[in-house]
Design a protein around this ligand. Structure first.
Ligand code: GLU
Length: 323
């Protein structure tokens, strides 16, 4: 620990999307988020990121039960993002009042077909709808009716891409574009919701999978534009993902990857915790551990920087080709 154990007010969090059972990668990230928070004297909060209504809201309960089965605990009831829409809309209204929001009627295909601005990052919004006059904006709206336009952030001219120092990845910076704040179907965008909710929950430590590191500069920009705490007052730690045997991000096809599936193989939650701990260099293989014991051993600066590859021992795989 590095002296911030006295910090009383801060909080870390885990923010799963309820899109099915958590797999080993999610569980490992949750364990890390819990250890980062608890080892620094922070509260640990839970947020269900259920804004995308296509997701199965019922899986949230199973996810929480799995985290509890691993021995993780959290402070207070989980926050559901769908109950936070007034705060999300208020943030969009604030940005709009500052002239930082515009309607965008582009389809995905329009964006792909548009010539990209010089030096723009791949996939960046080319700015098609940014400066339309009122007549052109109305025509663009009519073109997509009955669908409604999305809302985008008008990144102020001259904005430099925010840089931050990640607790795991080190110095980071990234490109930003006019990101979506609210989709045409009315769903608030992840980047906006996460920033508004983290601030409202008093989160000053964000631990999550490193696939989300590229979103962080956009989130920092939103924090600044909304006058919310941002680095260095908010700490980021993007942790390595778990990979399947083919080297891709762990997925269902990789065999038993959820607590329920592993339990069927006779690998209970305590054994799973042990394997996760061993993968983090916090336990010897097969050693029985508890979260409290792991917390004593946890050193954020000694975390493995490489992804962990999970191989389900029960899945038959073709051996190396022989000729
Ligand atoms: N809900 C996101 C996920 O499950 C995580 C968001 C975050 O931690 O900022 O991937």
């Amino acid at each position: 620990m590095d002296g911030d154990g006295a910090r009383a007010a801060g909080a870390g969090r885990y923010a799963p999307s309820p899109s099915g059972d958590l797999h080993l990668g999610n569980l490992r990230t949750a364990l890390l988020a819990w250890m980062f928070a608890r080892s620094s004297g922070r509260r640990f909060l839970m947020r269900i990121e259920d804004l995308d209504r296509a997701r199965d809201a019922g899986s949230a309960e199973r996810q929480l039960a799995d985290l509890a089965a691993l021995g993780l605990d959290w402070d207070g009831p989980p926050v559901r993002q769908t109950e936070r829409s007034a705060a999300h809309e208020a943030a969009i209204a604030r940005l709009a009042d500052a002239g930082l929001v515009y309607e965008c009627s582009c389809t995905r295909r329009d964006i792909l077909a548009a010539p990209s601005a010089p030096h723009a990052p791949p996939g960046a919004y080319p700015g098609t709808c940014r400066d339309l006059d009122p007549a052109a904006r109305a025509a663009a709206r009519d073109r997509i009716a009955p669908r409604l336009p999305a809302l985008r952030l008008r990144v102020p001219e001259g904005t430099r891409a925010p840089a931050f120092t990640d607790r795991v990845l080190g110095a980071q910076h990234g490109d930003i574009d006019d990101l979506v704040l609210r989709r045409g179907d009315g769903t608030v965008a992840y980047n906006l919701a996460v920033v508004v909710d983290d601030a409202a929950m008093g989160v000053d430590q964000v631990v999550r999978g490193d696939d989300l590191a590229p979103s962080t500069p956009r989130q920092i920009l939103l924090q600044r534009l909304l006058g919310l705490p941002s680095p260095p007052d908010v700490e980021y730690a993007h942790v390595p993902l778990v990979l399947g045997p083919e080297g891709a991000r762990l997925a269902k096809r990789d065999g038993a990857v959820t607590l329920a599936e592993l339990r069927e193989r006779g690998i209970g939650p305590v054994a799973v915790l042990g394997r996760l701990a061993a993968s983090l260099g916090l336990a010897s293989p097969g050693e029985p551990v508890t979260p409290a014991r792991l917390l004593e051993r946890f050193d954020p600066d000694a975390l493995p920087r490489e992804p962990w590859t999970w191989t389900d021992p029960a899945v038959e795989r073709p051996g190396p080709a022989t000729s």
